[in-house]
Ligand binder design. Structure first.
Ligand code: PLP
Length: 288
């Protein structure tokens, strides 16, 4: 069975030059934000083999988790509609309404809100067993698509390009599933820019799951923490759109681009490198 539905299977690379800074900066961008109007970015890659597996197991529904602005739940809800799979979204926190969740509902996702405390146990076996009883014959995808099938999908992100042309490939990191998938599929350095505070604890996991010894995860870029931003970041987003016709999201890609540019401006070992940035999409979240 094939469930490929990329509107642009041919993923494009675009380039930007920043001449407004002291140095000349040229960056190539892999436009995962362009692969599909709705399921943009890395979420499609993380879902692909999970959806296939769910189809193969002939399950009744797919369950996953996320916050109220989750790109992952948004993508899953759309994919569920597209492939005729019932989806259930377990949403962190008290019941709210917003455009992200409205989209999810309109695409047929059943939403269940649970307390932040209960949400924290979303990977406990007990919790998952209860879900399996409440929703029999279901397939559970972890938050953010963080599992082996998610990694397998992300091994295809660089499939149609020549990663060896680059000295560094830079990506935003939430669960690091995307980063691990890319590390497994190329020998080029893949450098992660964490959207969370104190993300250093993830390095061991990334090493283990990618089989790579040298991992570079930059985690001082977070503008106050996951899902937080300030005027400087908003200003940067506006500049990038105005000057380069490039839309960035506040949670992941703006922080990524901002910090890659800062690295090139300030770090000796970045200055003469050929750099590829992964634009992992996420623009729907800007409605938050
Ligand atoms: C989810 C997301 C990420 C994080 O991906 P991980 O595989 O969880 O590290 C990065 N960028 C965007 C735009 C996202 O929506």
């Amino acid at each position: 069975m094939d469930i490929n539905f990329l509107e642009n299977d041919d993923i494009k690379i675009t380039s930007i030059s920043l001449s407004n800074s002291k140095k000349n900066i040229d960056i190539d961008i892999l436009r995962l934000d362009k692969i599909h109007e709705t399921i943009s970015g890395n979420k499609w890659f993380k879902l692909k083999y999970n959806l296939l597996e769910a189809k193969n197991q002939n399950v009744e529904c797919i369950i996953s988790f996320g916050g109220a602005f989750s790109n992952h739940l948004h993508a899953l809800a759309f994919a569920g509609k597209k492939f005729g799979l019932k989806t259930i979204g377990i949403v962190r926190g008290e019941k709210v309404e917003n455009e992200t969740l409205n989209d999810c509902k309109n695409w047929g996702m059943e939403l269940h809100f649970i307390s932040r405390e209960a949400y924290r146990s979303k990977t406990n076996l007990d919790f998952l067993e209860k879900l399996n009883i409440q929703f029999p014959n279901s397939f559970i995808i972890p938050e953010g698509g963080e599992n082996d099938l998610g990694i397998k999908g992300c091994e295809e992100i660089l499939k149609n390009i020549e990663p060896r042309k680059y000295d560094k490939i830079c990506c935003a990191v939430g669960t690091a599933t995307t980063m691990i998938g890319m590390l497994k599929s190329t020998e080029t350095d893949v450098i992660g820019f964490a959207a969370l505070k104190n993300a250093g604890y993830m390095i061991e996991k990334i090493k283990q799951q990618s089989g790579r010894e040298q991992i570079e995860l930059i985690d001082d870029i977070y503008f106050g923490g996951f899902g937080k931003w300030n005027n400087e970041l908003i200003h940067f987003i506006e500049e990038m759109e105005l000057n380069h016709n490039l839309k960035l999201d506040k949670v992941y890609t703006a922080k990524l681009f901002y910090n890659v540019i800062k690295k090139i401006e300030t770090a000796e070992n970045w200055q003469h490198n050929k750099i590829l940035i992964i634009h992992s999409g996420g623009l729907q979240g800007n409605r938050s």
